[in-house]
Design a protein around this ligand. Structure first.
Ligand code: NAP
Length: 524
C-alpha cells in the first residue's frame, strides 16, 4: 500500500493528533489489531472542526455550480487513484469480499459524478418564477422568484456496513457537498483506515480546486461523546446518519432538544417484507434461490435485506420452504463486519429460536475464521407472528423469517400493522394482478420503495430512487438518502420578492446566466 495512514483527524486541512486516547481497527476475520492506532479527539479539538466548517461556508456557498461539480468530479478521480489501497485496507477492516468492495468503490465515485451532472444541469436550484402581473384585478401581483440555498455545515455519520458508499465520501457527504454545505464527518471505528484514505482523497480534491480547507473535516472519537457534541454544536445545521435505530434515535433526540433544533436524516432499521402470491410459486425453486442470495449476500448485513417473507400456506408453499431449507443447510457463514455485530446477531437469533411457534427450517455451518456464524432460516404461521412483536425485529445478519398466510385479507391486516420500511417486494405472476392491486395502497403506506419481482438488496443510485420510508426506516420519510433527490435535504427554499434584475441571484434572473431549468408561471 502506498498511502500512508496518519491515524489522525483532518481539521481545516491539517492532520491533528487527538488528545483523548487511541483505538485501532480490527480485522474481523482474525480479531487482530490493524496498524496504525487512531487518536481520538477531545471536545476542544472537535470544536475546531465545526468552526472550520462554519468558516468555510461563506466561500463554499458562493461557488458556482460548475465549481462544485468540478470538485465532486475531482473527489471521484482522487478516490479512483487510491482504489487499490482503499480495497486492500477495506478488505482487512470489514471482512467483506473484494468483489463487493470493488463495486462499492465504483458506486461511490459514480455517485459523486452523477451529482456533478445534476449541478451542471442546474436541477438542484428548483427555480420557480411567478412574474409580476401589474394589471391583475382586483389586486396586482408582485414578482416572486424561488430557489434553494444551502443550509450550512452538515454533520455526517457513516454506517459500519458500507465502508465507502455510506461513509466518508458516501451519499450523505456527496449530497451535502453538492448542496453547497461543508461537512464534518464522524468516522466509523469499524473502518478507520478506509475512512482516512478516502478523507485524503477529498483533501487532495480541495487543494486542487483551491477551496477553503474547512469544506471537509474527518473526526475520530466515540459517538456517545464526540458524536453527541457534534450534533449539539450550534454551527451544525443538519445531520445525515446511516446505522442502527439506537444510534439514529439518540442523535435525533439530541438534535430536537437543541435550543435551535435541526433536521436529522437518519436511515435506521427495516425488515423489508416480501409478499409471495400464489402465481409466483410456479417457480418455487428459482424463488428460493433468489431469496437465499438476497438474505445471505454481504453476510446479511444490508439495510435492505428481506427479513420477512409472507408465503401462502399449502403444498406449493411447502415446496418453496423445502428448497429454501436446502440452500441454508448447504451454506457456510461469512465473516461479519465486527465481533460486536456478530455477537449481537447471535444474541438476536438465539432469542428468535426460543419463541413459541418459531421453527428453524434450515441452518448452515459456521464459516472459517472468527465471527462467521451459520446462516439460518426460520418459519412460523401468521397467528404466531401477529401475537409476538419479537418476530418483527430486524436481524442484522444472514437470517430471515418465513410466515405462512391463508388469504389476501390476512395480508392486508398484517401490512397495516407493520412498521415503516425501506422496501417491500411483491413476488407475483399475472394471475395475481388483482390481489397486488388490492394490496398496493396498503404497502404504499409503509414503504419507501416497492418492487414487483426481483430482490430489494442492491440499491440503484439514480434520479428516481427512494431509499427512505416512514419511521422507523428513517426519521424523515419525506425524502431519500440515495439518489439525486437527496441533495435537497441540505437546502431550503428562499423566495425573492420584487427584486431588480441586477440584484437577483443568478439562477432566478431573467437572463438565466447559469442556464438552469426555470418553472415560469407554473410551466416548465
Ligand atoms: P451504529 O452503531 O448506529 O453507528 C453508526 C455511527 O453512529 C457510528 O459512527 C457511531 O459511533 C455513531 N453513534 C452510535 N450511537 C451514537 C450515539 N448515541 N450518539 C452519537 N453517535 C452515535 O450503526 P452500525 O455501526 O452501522 O451498526 C451497529 C449495529 O446496528 C449493528 O450491530 C446492527 O445490529 C445494527 N444495525 C445497523 C444497520 C445499518 O444499516 N448499518 C441496520 C440495522 C441495524 P460509535 O461507533 O463511535 O459509537
Amino acid at each position: 500500500m502506498s498511502t500512508h495512514i496518519y491515524g489522525k483527524s483532518l481539521i481545516n486541512g491539517e492532520w491533528v493528533t487527538g488528545s483523548e486516547g487511541t483505538v485501532t481497527g480490527l480485522n474481523p476475520a482474525t480479531n487482530e489489531a490493524l496498524e496504525p492506532e487512531f487518536s481520538l479527539l477531545g471536545a476542544d479539538q472537535l470544536d475546531q472542526a465545526t468552526a472550520a466548517a462554519k468558516d468555510a461556508f461563506a466561500s463554499y456557498r458562493a461557488t458556482t455550480p460548475e465549481e462544485r461539480a468540478a470538485f465532486l468530479d475531482e473527489i471521484a478521480e482522487q478516490i479512483e487513484a487510491r482504489r487499490e489501497d482503499i480495497l486492500a485496507r477495506a478488505t482487512q477492516e470489514t471482512g467483506l469480499p473484494e468483489a463487493r468492495l470493488t463495486g462499492e468503490t465504483s458506486r461511490t465515485s459514480n455517485q459523486l459524478r452523477l451529482f456533478a451532472k445534476v449541478l451542471r444541469h442546474g436541477n438542484d436550484n428548483s427555480v420557480r418564477i411567478d412574474p409580476a402581473q401589474p394589471d391583475r384585478t382586483p389586486a396586482p401581483r408582485v414578482d416572486i422568484r424561488q430557489r434553494r440555498v444551502p443550509l450550512g455545515p452538515v454533520a455526517v455519520f457513516g454506517a459500519s456496513n458500507f465502508p465507502l458508499a455510506f461513509s466518508t465520501a458516501g451519499g450523505d457527504t456527496a449530497s451535502a457537498l453538492a448542496a453547497g454545505c461543508p461537512v464534518v464527518f464522524k468516522a466509523h471505528n469499524a473502518h478507520p483506515g478506509t475512512s482516512e484514505i478516502v478523507a485524503q482523497a477529498i483533501q487532495a480534491a480541495i487543494d486542487k480546486q483551491g477551496l477553503h480547507p474547512g469544506v471537509f473535516n474527518l473526526v475520530f472519537g466515540p459517538g456517545a461523546k464526540i458524536g453527541q457534541r457534534l450534533v449539539s454544536d450550534p454551527s451544525i445545521t443538519a445531520v445525515g446518519f446511516t446505522g442502527s435505530r439506537t444510534g439514529g434515535m439518540a442523535i435525533f433526540h439530541t438534535a430536537n432538544e437543541r435550543p435551535k433544533p435541526i433536521p436529522v436524516y437518519a436511515e435506521m432499521s427495516a425488515v423489508n417484507p416480501v409478499f409471495v402470491l400464489p402465481g409466483a410459486l410456479d417457480d418455487a425453486a428459482g424463488l428460493a434461490e433468489g431469496f437465499f442470495g438476497s438474505v445471505t449476500g454481504s453476510a446479511g448485513q444490508l439495510c435492505t435485506k428481506p427479513g420477512l417473507l409472507f408465503l401462502p400456506a399449502g403444498d406449493a408453499g411447502d415446496k418453496f420452504v423445502a428448497a429454501l431449507a436446502e440452500h441454508f443447510n448447504n451454506s457456510h457463514g461469512q465473516t461479519m463486519l465486527t465481533k460486536n455485530i456478530a455477537n449481537a446477531w447471535l444474541e438476536a437469533t438465539s432469542k428468535l429460536r426460543s419463541q413459541d411457534g418459531v421453527r428453524v427450517a434450515g441452518e448452515g455451518a459456521a464459516g472459517e475464521g472468527e465471527n462467521a456464524p451459520a446462516p439460518v432460516i426460520f418459519d412460523t404461521d401468521l397467528a404466531t407472528f401477529e401475537s409476538n412483536d419479537v418476530l418483527e425485529v430486524e436481524l442484522f445478519g444472514p437470517a430471515s423469517l418465513v410466515i405462512r398466510y391463508n388469504t389476501v385479507d390476512d395480508l392486508i391486516r398484517v401490512i397495516d400493522g407493520l412498521e415503516g420500511q425501506l422496501t417491500a417486494t411483491f413476488q407475483a405472476a399475472e394471475s395475481d394482478f388483482a390481489e397486488v392491486e388490492k394490496l398496493l395502497p396498503h404497502v404504499e403506506e409503509i414503504a419507501g420503495r416497492i418492487l414487483f419481482g426481483g430482490w430489494p438488496t442492491g440499491v440503484e443510485v439514480g434520479h428516481a430512487m427512494v431509499h427512505g420510508g416512514p419511521f422507523p426506516a428513517t426519521t424523515n420519510g419525506s425524502t431519500t438518502s440515495v439518489g439525486t433527490l437527496a441533495i435537497e435535504r441540505f437546502q431550503r427554499p428562499v423566495a425573492y420578492q420584487s427584486f431588480p434584475e441586477s440584484l437577483r441571484p443568478a439562477p432566478v434572473r431573467d437572463a438565466n446566466p447559469w442556464d438552469v431549468p426555470q418553472v415560469f408561471d407554473g410551466q416548465f
